[in-house]
Design a protein around this ligand. Structure first.
Ligand code: NAI
Ligand code: MG
Length: 351
């Protein structure tokens, strides 16, 4: 077979991003040697350190620099000395939007060796499909009368028929390949313009999804149900804000935010997609070499799957799961392994 080559931009970013990215690169390279591909890594020193020098999170033409790559692997951004909206809107959100990564896929499972903080929960296999480019995270609005008692802020949510349709269709197609259960997160009792549109369009899209069970559930009740009976859910489709909150909740129920991965996908493949753990830069543990690399490794596995390297993607998750099943766990899961020990064990199982 011919050798496949991928160009992948890697943005380790801030805090523990710098610690969990190197293991991911080593694993992807090691798998390439066995599965017939190689990777040209384009390392980008973007993020908060870049900001302290250049007053921006990435170069002016950062998006153009990434455009011809096959994928983007990101660690995390966020620094205690910078406002979070600056770091987020300076790097992550422009990449998601400019590359029309309108699907944010967040699979959650209870991996071997992990005990849910809810002792009763043993069976959990959920994918949250979060709308990723519109909705509540919008730059439309403003702040007036700063610092005065008259001060106010207006923040507009943007919901489009096209935007809802495409995320609902993606989620329905995904559910059809899994257990056939789709849940739509809504709040059409309180939010009376955008959420009824969400409900109508979602219902239209899934109407012809033969064999699918479809439920529309109010987000507050859904949050409670996901805690009380997570085994009842398969694929959950949600707006940008609801999906963000729900996926952290589900990840926490599954044991640790340190294991949760995410994929920002442009399904049409006109632009590179971006793969990143759900967690942030974790300044409280950064620099100590103890971060759990599983969220980053699982994100790398999603990236390999997206590139069509599904055998390598599966082999990576198998190596991670075998490592965890053998009792090698990082501190967030009650274990004693540090980041590099854990990575070494995963690499040994790949080789
Ligand atoms: P965080 O996810 O960085 O940390 C939350 C808690 O989980 C901390 O106690 C941390 O030590 C722990 N934790 C997270 N990942 C871990 C891992 N891999 N192994 C072990 N423990 C882990 O969220 P936080 O503290 O709210 O935010 C910190 C910074 O990260 C902020 O600046 C925030 O804006 C940014 N952030 C960036 C994200 C991104 O780049 N996509 C996502 C979330 C937050
Ligand atoms: Mg989040």
């Amino acid at each position: 077979s011919t050798q496949r080559t991928y160009t992948i931009d890697v943005i380790a970013g801030d805090g523990i991003g710098q610690e969990v990215i190197p293991p991911a690169i080593r694993c992807v390279d090691a798998l390439g040697a066995r599965h017939g591909y190689s990777v040209v890594w384009r390392e980008r020193d973007w993020g908060s350190d870049y900001y302290f020098t250049h007053r921006r999170m990435m170069p002016v033409d950062g998006i153009e620099q990434l455009a011809d790559g096959d994928a983007i692997l990101l660690g995390a951004v966020g620094h205690p000395d910078l406002p979070d909206h600056e770091t987020l809107w300076g790097l992550l959100i422009p990449i998601r939007r400019e590359f029309l990564q309108y699907i944010n896929l967040r699979p959650v499972r209870i991996l071997p060796g992990v005990v849910s903080p809810l002792r009763k929960v043993t069976d959990l296999d959920i994918v949250v499909v979060r709308e990723n480019v519109e909705g509540e995270y919008s730059s439309v609005g403003g702040r007036v009368y700063r610092g005065r008692s008259e001060e106010f802020a207006i923040q507009e949510a943007v919901f489009t028929r096209t935007g809802i349709e495409r995320v609902a269709r993606f989620a329905a197609d995904l559910a059809a390949t899994r257990r056939g259960r789709l849940t739509s997160a809504t709040k059409s009792n309180g939010i009376i313009h955008s959420m009824p549109l969400w409900d109508e369009v979602a219902a239209d899209v899934v109407r012809d999804g033969a064999g699918l069970t479809v439920d529309s559930v109010l987000i507050d009740a859904l949050a409670a149900k996901v805690v009380l009976d997570p085994g009842a859910f398969d694929v959950i489709v949600a707006s940008n804000l609801f999906g963000d909150i729900l996926s952290d909740l589900v990840a926490a129920v599954a044991g640790s935010i340190g294991i949760a991965p995410s994929a920002n996908i442009n399904p049409e493949r006109r632009y590179p997609s971006m793969f990143e753990p759900v967690h942030g830069s974790a300044p409280d543990i950064a620099g100590r070499g103890i971060a759990n690399p599983v969220g980053q490794l699982w994100s790398a596995s999603l990236m390999l799957g997206h590139l069509g390297e599904s055998a390598a993607a599966d082999a990576l998750m198998a190596a991670v799961e075998q490592t965890m099943a053998s009792g090698v766990l990082t501190a967030d899961l009650g274990g004693r392994a540090d980041t590099s020990e854990f990575a070494t064990q995963v690499l040994r199982r790949i080789d």
